[in-house]
Design a protein around this ligand. Sequence first.
Ligand code: 2DT
Ligand code: MG
Length: 214
Amino acid sequence: MAGRRGALIVLEGVDRAGKSTQSRRLVEALRAEGHQAELLRFPERTTKIGQLISSYLEKKNNLEDHTVHLLFSANRWEQVPLIKEKLNQGVTLVVDRYAFSGVAFTSAKENFSLEWCKQPDVGLPKPDLILFLQLCISEAAKRGDFGNEIYEDSSFQEKVLQSYYHLMKDKTLNWKVIDASKNIEDLHDEIKSFAEEALQQAQHTPIGELWKKN
Ligand code: 2DT
Ligand code: MG
């Protein structure tokens, strides 16, 4: 159908909540239903900026905290032309982390306000749907080692979770909170039905701008 755009669907949540698994499953399910759908993830580690970020996360090179925050944002902006092109072509994008991870993780550090953290991402394509996979940190930790990357630590993840809760108070965004302690199949079914709803709604609304007043 001419003029029909794709939806921008973001999955957020703390580490080990199941975002990557569910993102992949959602893309497969949408394709099986005949939709065009593609998976994106942030950080996108394959670009030059992404490589800098990746080596920071792997603790191979240290970066100043503001600098790394801005690099994460730049790593999103460099994908914006592609994101817009795909959405306008009717492709639904399922995105594993987005600006909300950017804000939640940096603002979990000392001396970073939520407001400062949001600024570099103001004006990004606004998600039609943000699925928050909610899982408490003690449950997340039971799913096995967090891993060896820089933020993979329970007390830091606890602060990240609190920052997400602040972000979710923003009623101009379409947050859906999902109980990520459910099994993979039930979670998938719930996510798929929210996604289908978002696909319908996206057809009638232009792509918005994130965190823009007016
Ligand atoms: P994964 O590749 O396992 O998702 O870990 N992060 C992510 C930030 O600090 N800022 C951001 O803007 C984004 C997108 C979350 C990536 C790690 O990077 C953190 C975990
Ligand atoms: Mg990780």
